[in-house]
Design a protein around this ligand. Structure first.
Ligand code: F6R
Length: 243
């Protein structure tokens, strides 16, 4: 696990966008695993700028998002489909058919999850998986106690996650969908490289547990210690509790 501490969020974004740009220049048909949430917004803005000003080409890129809420339609203002369209997909040239996001409305969930896993394999596996981290140490929506070998499936969200995400749903915890489809911890661990991004003091404890704590299902991000190519890119506030 390589840990890169940057003074500010802007610098964290520059480092992570640089890693993705370099990888894309080497491999135009890069397979990217993508996260939503506030953390990667700056990264998507930086990649969009590179697309518009440097001609960084995403036309052969394939993407797989980590997760999506269950029970809200893709066009819901706070679905992760809408998030990705708003912050990234509408601004770069990734072909529509190459973008994959778990289906919030899938009826046959188990079959859908198996197909999602198969699609990742068919694409040749994920080259770079972008990850944020929850204050409870989750990655994707793999909440504490998730099996470290888990695959894409439905998960019930932890109360702390519902609270953290309530601001996107009018501030009401009850309005946040209680379940999500998420890639499993095992699915994430198969990515060739993981970029774990975190900023702000609210993430400091989770980062300390993930990077320096014991590997435990209680902190799903801690399993990344076993991943051969994980880069943790954090600002000083998120690094504050590292030894
Ligand atoms: C979202 C995801 C989540 C977030 C995490 C942090 O696709 O997988 O694990 O990365 O909840 O969210 P933010 O960045 O909003 O603090």
């Amino acid at each position: 696990m390589e840990v890169i501490i940057q003074p500010t969020y802007a610098q964290l974004v520059a480092v992570s966008a640089g890693i993705i740009r370099d990888a894309l220049l080497k491999k135009p048909n890069l397979v990217l695993g993508l996260a939503t949430g506030s953390t990667p917004i700056g990264l998507y803005e930086a990649l969009t700028r590179m697309h518009k000003t440097e001609g960084l080409d995403f036309s052969s890129v394939t993407t797989f998002n980590l997760d999506e809420y269950v029970g809200i339609p893709p066009n819901h203002p706070h679905s992760y489909h809408t998030f990705m369209a708003t912050y990234f997909f509408n601004a770069v040239n990734i072909p529509t058919e190459n973008r994959h996001i778990p289906q919030s409305t899938a009826v046959a969930h188990e079959e859908f999850c198996e197909q999602y896993e198969a699609a990742i394999v068919n694409a040749g596996g994920i080259d770079i998986q972008v990850l944020g981290i929850g204050i409870d140490g989750h990655i994707g929506f793999n909440e504490p106690s998730s099996s470290l070998g888990s695959r894409t499936r439905i998960k019930t969200l932890a109360q702390s996650t519902l609270k953290a995400n309530a601001s996107h749903f009018g501030g009401t915890v009850n309005a946040v969908p209680k379940m999500a489809i998420t890639m499993g911890v095992g699915t994430i661990m198969e990515a060739k490289q993981c970029l774990l991004l975190a900023n702000g003091e609210s993430k400091a404890e989770a980062i300390a547990h993930a990077v320096e704590g014991p590997i435990t299902a209680e902190v799903p991000a801690s399993v990344l210690q076993m991943h051969p190519r994980t880069v943790v890119i954090i600002d000083e506030a998120a690094a504050a509790q590292l030894k």
